[in-house]
Design a protein around this ligand. Structure first.
Ligand SMILES: [Mn+2]
Length: 419
């Protein structure tokens, strides 16, 4: 029996984005988060007496801005050397061989596999063979897995691969491969990297994305960490995900339904944020609060959105031992059903017109086309990042239409002096 640890996408010293401009944001905690997560990984490997550690690409976020990034990695690997734990690393698209201009000698327990061709490392103590290949350049579009060698018979064979597999939303389609491509190698475990959301692609043989070690923005939500893999004497595998993150991102989605007043809604938000803070187990949290649904409270929220956003921030402030930060509040509630239907005249017509576009994929697509010129004029923060106005995604267009509808209805009704 032996254990090993499978990690990927450490993105050491990558900035965490989305809270920089927040008053009182825990800036140091955020800046150091990827380093603390790496320390947690190293401690875990030592605690578990791991036979070895695998890093399936994107150890670094890119070329080091300063040597300190590399030195920090070296210092952590030296701790593993003292514990007798070897480390096998492949480079991914972010730290591909042609991107890294600075170099430091690695401790002799660390091996970075070749970018030229698949390399095999045999560990006699454990009867293990590790097959892997680093990315030579950032954008590898070839199917690397197909060139991996057949497994050694009798050994526990591991494939170490940075890949988008058959494609995952939000991830560049690098070193693509299918599950059949992987199966054809007859390995006992595929240690994948690149996709930041943890996923067990297949149980038999295990094909695993551990996700990244530390969430870096609101798209990387929930616990982040690595997988502890236990292999018994018959080469049966059990998987145990372990969190290594020190700062967590969450989205709190709340469908308001029957909520009567803004204060009732605050109670619901408080309850949900308390639950998230408990699950975060002492870590600081950045939460995006998304409120939707047709509810009587809508009128009050739509009348004073700025005030209710601040009320929600205030609720977050007194929750949780590690601190809860509201990354953003999205107010997308709507008037209760009856009220909505009873809208007549031009306002009712407007609501039905917007609804008609939202329901029709063709109309959404044609609207997206009309918005192309606007895209070129957007400021950078609206072109990329978590809040980007991404006109290529139909669901984003529908979301914007809903917001536009609410804004217009509210403005029109309050000008008319209607109820
Ligand atoms: Mn990657």
């Amino acid at each position: 029996m032996f254990k090993f640890i499978h990690a990927a996408d450490i993105h050491l010293d990558s900035p965490l984005r989305g809270l920089e401009r927040y008053d009182g944001a825990p800036v140091d905690e955020i800046r150091q988060a990827t380093r603390r997560a790496l320390e947690n990984l190293v401690e875990l490997a030592i605690d578990q007496s791991a036979a070895f550690l695998l890093v399936a690409g994107d150890l670094y976020d890119g070329d080091w801005k300063e040597f300190r990034t590399g030195l920090f990695f070296v210092s952590q690997m030296a701790r593993l050397r003292e514990a007798g734990i070897p480390v096998y690393v492949i480079a991914g698209n972010h730290d591909a061989a042609n991107k890294m201009t600075k170099k430091l000698p690695l401790p002799d327990n660390v091996l970075l596999l070749s970018p030229r061709k698949p390399e095999t490392v045999r560990l006699e103590d454990w009867d293990v063979a590790i097959h892997g290949q680093s990315f030579a350049k950032g954008a590898v579009l070839d199917n690397l897995a197909c060139a991996y060698p057949a497994g050694d018979s009798g050994r526990f064979n591991i494939g170490l691969l940075h890949t988008s597999a058959t494609g995952r939303e939000g991830h560049e389609p690098y070193a693509p491969c299918t599950l059949d491509d992987l199966r054809a190698r007859h390995y006992d475990y595929w240690a994948l990297g690149h996709v930041h959301t943890a996923e067990i692609v297949c149980q038999d043989p295990p094909v695993v994305f551990p996700g990244n070690l530390q969430g870096r923005n609101i798209r990387e939500t929930g616990p982040k960490g690595c997988v502890v893999v236990t292999v018994d004497d018959d080469h049966r595998v059990s998987l145990e995900p372990q969190a290594t993150d020190v700062f967590r991102w969450e989205v709190c989605r709340l469908t308001a339904g029957d909520v009567e007043t803004g204060y009732d809604l605050l109670d619901r938000v408080r309850e949900r944020l308390t639950g998230l803070a408990q699950a975060a187990d002492g870590r600081s949290l950045a939460v995006r609060v998304e409120l939707s649904g047709a509810c009587p409270a809508h009128r009050a929220l739509a009348a004073e959105p700025h005030r209710w956003r601040e009320e929600i921030r205030a609720v977050a402030q007194d929750i949780g031992s590690g601190g809860v930060w509201v990354e953003k509040v999205s107010l997308a509630t709507s008037p209760p059903g009856l009220e909505r239907q009873s809208l007549d005249g031009p306002v009712g017509g407007l609501v039905r017109y917007v609804e008609d576009i939202r329901q029709s994929p063709e109309k959404v697509a044609s609207l997206a086309g009309e918005l192309t010129d606007l895209r070129d004029k957007l400021p950078p923060e609206l072109k990329e990042g978590p809040d980007a106005l991404d006109f290529d995604r139909p669901e984003r267009i529908r979301e914007m239409l809903e917001q536009v509808e609410q804004l217009l209805v509210h403005q029109l009704l309050s000008r008319e002096g209607a109820p």
